[in-house]
Design a protein around this ligand. Structure first.
Ligand SMILES: C[S@@+](CC[C@H](N)C(=O)[O-])C[C@H]1O[C@@H](n2cnc3c(N)ncnc32)[C@H](O)[C@@H]1O
Length: 298
């Protein structure tokens, strides 16, 4: 692989120092990484637990899974190619529980860096956006076949885009739309004049959330992750946009506090965020919010 392509497979784990501080991995502890990606967090955690047999790594992206297999298979870790909801349900069915649970949500750098994955308006590629390449639904299907009303609703709901209606109209009259650059140009026309972020940012976020069913999978997984934690176990969730952070915040609030039946204790009242040094080195850290909790011992 040449240097250019090697960099496209690189992903720098966000908020790593904070993740290790909060998870506080100890020798022998078990670890479940629900979005193991390119193994950055997992490598740092397992260097402290030294318990590869008690380590389960999940990702729905086959490229990430291949990279995890190279890094961890020989050491004895279990690697699951699946969305985290199905994987969590299976682990729960097996009666498993873990000392440490991590979910570093969203996309990896290779998703955004490889034009062929179709996630980025900055790199022209096919309208794809599937994290799991075996899934049928892609951004192409949504953009080219959903009704104007459905598109408008989706862009408003998942993108919080004030011009959702105008954008949906423009999309429908411009069909067929084949590439990310074509779509970005069409969306930008709804936002004449200057804008701090690229005008297609919110529409692309909305499509990505819809293609990958991101919010629904997170909402349904959160209660299972709580049950997959051993008493005294620590859970960290890192989110990258307000819609997923809201779900995490509400869930943790609901299950912590002073109620007699609270199962979690929050670690830190406010979410942890990246400092300016980390953000300068890794722009993905700019929107990262880390929330964490400990399972109360009964
Ligand atoms: C931000 S990256 C994680 C990077 C990882 N922590 C590391 O250090 O390399 C998010 C990863 O989660 C995966 N992912 C996102 N949503 C998922 C889901 N619902 N189920 C399983 N994997 C998911 C993506 O494919 C991606 O590889």
């Amino acid at each position: 692989m040449d240097r250019k392509n090697q960099n496209k497979d690189k992903h720098t784990p966000v908020l790593l120092t904070k993740v290790l501080q909060v998870l506080d991995p100890k020798k022998g502890e078990t670890y479940l990484d629900l979005t193991a990606g390119y193994g950055g967090h997992a490598m740092a955690v397992t260097q402290l637990t030294r318990n590869y047999k008690g380590c389960v790594l999940v990702d729905r992206d086959i490229e990430a899974v291949k990279s995890l297999q190279t890094l961890f298979q020989d050491k004895g870790a279990r690697i699951i190619h699946s969305d985290f909801l199905s994987a969590s349900e299976s682990l729960q069915g097996e009666g498993q529980q873990f000392d440490l649970v991590l979910a570093d949500l969203g996309v990896s750098s290779p998703h955004l860096d490889k034009a062929s994955r179709g996630f980025s308006f900055a790199k022209d590629g096919p309208l794809d956006m599937r994290m799991d390449q075996t899934q049928a639904l892609s951004a192409h299907t949504i953009v080219n076949s959903y009704s104007e009303a459905l598109l408008s609703d989706l862009i408003l709901r998942y993108g919080e885009e004030p011009k959702a209606r105008q954008i949906a109209r423009r999309i429908v009259v411009s069909r067929p739309i084949e590439t990310t650059a074509q779509l970005a140009t069409i969306v930008a026309k709804a936002w004449p004049g200057h804008s701090k972020v690229h005008p297609a940012t919110r529409t692309f976020q909305a499509l990505r959330i819809a293609v990958n069913n991101e919010l629904e999978l997170l909402r349904l997984s959160l209660p299972i992750w709580k049950d997959l934690l051993k008493p005294g176990g620590r859970m960290v969730i890192i989110s990258f946009h307000s819609l997923e952070d809201r779900l995490v915040k509400q869930f943790l609030k609901e299950h912590s506090g002073n109620n007699y039946d609270a199962e979690l204790r929050l670690i830190g009242k406010q979410p942890a965020i990246g400092d300016s040094q980390e953000i300068a080195l890794n722009p993905r850290a700019r929107s990262a919010k880390l929330r964490a909790a400990v399972k109360i011992k009964t």
